[in-house]
Structure formats: C-alpha cells, structure tokens
Design a protein around this ligand. Structure first.
Ligand code: MRU
Length: 345
C-alpha cells in the first residue's frame, strides 16, 4: 500500500505529492510548523489525509514542547492547534481532527506532560489506522454499487494519496476490482492542480487498474457516448442536507451525470460529514493562488494582467447525488435523515 504519511521517531514523513508522478520523494517534518507548511503547499492534500496530518502535527508540537507542567503546556497546545487550523478552510476533516486531539488533551489534564505527549502520539496513530479501516469498509459497501464491467469516472484524487491509505472513491474502485468487476477508470485531469492526471493515474497504474486520463472538458462527451456506467468521487465537506463540497469541477460532472442518466456516488468517511452546517451555502470555499491557473509546469498560459479566478472547490447540490457511501453504510435522500442516522449509529 502507498504510504501517504507516517509517524516516525524523526517526525512525520510525507510522500511529496507536488513531485508526483515523475519523482517519488519523501519529506520529513520535525516540527508542527513544518506540518502546517506541507498542508498549505499541497505536499499532502485530500480531506482525510489533511485530517490525519493535522493530528500528527498536533502530536509533534506537543512532543517538542519544553513545558514542565500541564498549565504551561495548555497555551502552547492552543497555539499549535490555531496554526494548523489556519492552513486550509474547506476540508472539515482538518477541524474534526483538531477537535478530537483537543478532547483527548482535555481528558488527560490531570496527567503528567510526558504522559500527555505519549497519549497524543498514540491518538494520532489511531486516527491513521482508523482512516484506513474506514476506507476499506467504504470499499466493501461501495463495491456493490459499481457496474460489473465498463467505465467508471472519477474527478480529482480521492485515493490512497488523499487518505491514510486505500482511498475513498478509489477505495470503492479497488474493492470492486478485487471482487472481480472489470472496471476501466476514466480520470478527469482536474485542472488547475492536476490531481487526476498526476495522482489518480499514478496510483491506479501502480495497482494495474486500467485507466484513461481525459481533460475535464471531455467528460460530457464520454458520458454521452455511453462510455461511463457510474461516477464516484470523494468529498471535502458534506453538509447536513447532503450538499457536497469537493474539488472544483465536481458540480459540472454531477449535472452532466444527471442529464445522461448516470449514477453519481460520493464516498466519504463520517469525519467529512459536517452536521453543524445545514447546507452547502455555509461551506467556506478556499481561493488559491492565481499562478495555479496562469501557469502549467512553470510555463505561462495566460496574458499578463488578465483576470483570474481560482476557487479550489465547488458545491454539488444534494439533488444530484445518487448515494453517499460511508464506513457505516450507504446514505440515500433525504440526507438530512440518513446522514444523521449514520453519524449517530
Ligand atoms: O485540493 P485537494 O487536492 O486537497 O482536494 C482534494 C479533493 O477535493 C478530494 O476529492 C477530497 O478531499 C476527497 S479525498 C478522499
């Protein structure tokens, strides 16, 4: 299995996703500030991977603390969490992970600093293992929804690289292939950051799963030509009503799916479900640097000074979502009820 991120004695080790697919290199973060940087710079990306990275960042910051007492450690802990919380706004897994580490810290407030340090490292490692287990469970549920053969389209990268391992959308595809389904993946290249062509294609090639990369504007034609039997994507945040924030371009794919009568599935762990946000209008959308749009591979593609938009995510209204695959089962509309039931089960 691809090691996206790992806790080691030297620090948190990340595969550098900005260098893939041509270079497989690893970055070691020895401080929580470095973890914040790799989240911001997209060395690590994908909602569940960002969550686990943040948990490990918190554990690292606490491990490096020189505080002698819990009273000294607490303000440092809060600063560590604040810094990590400011890295990326959309994926709710980041805030979920920080909340979980904060609750763990609070439960240990009567213990020694050394004990808290050990326990927070264990908690972060547990979240890493739980994420992989959740993905495998999603795979088992989701595989039943995949066609026996033919094309399945995905957008962005919701694979091993976007999680602690195995993947959400790609976990569903991996499980379907393991169950004997003859799936051919169509991977949208996913402009501007190219997570589909660089990362999804790289992972699936490693696994020997047949994959074709298409530019984003080809997806509609592939659907109309009958080449796509189902679509499965991940999510960065799912509102209580089932509206799904995911990589920019997902909304376009979902609308085209409906037009062409193709099921549109979202695979995401319950740590991505935000019951506090009623609908998609309340989800903050990250705006990224214009250079991601103006340049490809360092080459300028647009005239100097032209206006540029670069929202990293869009919101797909729940009415376009056929089902949401979670680690506890499959949710269908009305999502206000089905998601709440799964989250509380
Ligand atoms: O900007 P990114 O690469 O972090 O965006 C990633 C996505 O949009 C993924 O589809 C989502 O996080 C789900 S990953 C299992």
């Amino acid at each position: 299995m691809i090691q996206t991120l790992e806790w080691t004695d030297a620090g948190v080790v990340f595969i550098d996703q900005t260098k893939l697919p041509t270079e497989e290199t690893y970055v070691t973060c020895a401080t929580h500030e470095q973890v914040a940087d790799v989240i911001r710079n997209m060395v690590v990306r994908g909602a569940p991977a960002i969550g686990v990275a943040a948990a490990m960042g918190v554990a690292l910051g606490v491990k490096n603390s020189r505080a002698q007492t819990v009273a000294e450690l607490k303000p440092e802990f809060d600063q560590i969490c604040d810094l990590l919380a400011k890295t990326r706004p959309t994926a709710v897994n980041l805030f979920w992970a920080i909340r979980r580490m904060t609750a763990k810290f609070a439960s240990l407030s009567a213990e020694s600093v050394a004990h808290i340090q050990r326990e927070l490292i264990e908690e972060a490692k547990r979240m890493h293992a739980e994420d992989i287990a959740a993905n495998m469970a999603m795979g088992r549920f989701g595989a039943t929804l995949m066609p026996a053969s033919g094309g399945v389209l995905t957008h962005c990268n919701a694979g091993a690289l976007a999680t602690a391992g195995y993947g959400t959308a790609l976990g569903v595809i991996r499980a379907a292939v393991a169950a004997g389904k003859k799936i051919h993946v169509y991977a949208d290249e996913t402009r501007p950051f190219l997570q589909g062509s660089r990362l999804t294609a790289w992972e699936l090639m490693k696994d020997g799963i047949p994959t074709t990369v298409i530019s984003d504007n080809m997806a509609g034609a592939m659907m109309a030509q009958g080449k796509i039997g189902a679509i499965v994507v991940g999510a960065d945040r799912i509102a209580a009503n089932g509206d799904v924030a995911n990589k920019i371009g997902t909304y376009t794919v979902a609308v085209l799916a409906k037009e062409n009568g193709i099921p549109f599935y979202v695979a995401a762990p319950l740590s991505t479900v935000d019951l506090q946000t009623a609908d998609g209008s309340g989800i903050p959308i990250e705006q990224r640097n214009r250079r991601e749009v103006t340049h490809i591979g360092g080459k300028q593609m647009t005239p100097d000074g032209v206006g540029i938009e670069n929202p990293a995510f869009d919101v797909t209204p729940a009415k376009y979502v056929t089902a949401i695959i979670t680690e506890r089962g499959i949710a269908k509309a009305p999502y206000v009820e089905s998601l709440k039931k799964l989250a509380e089960s």
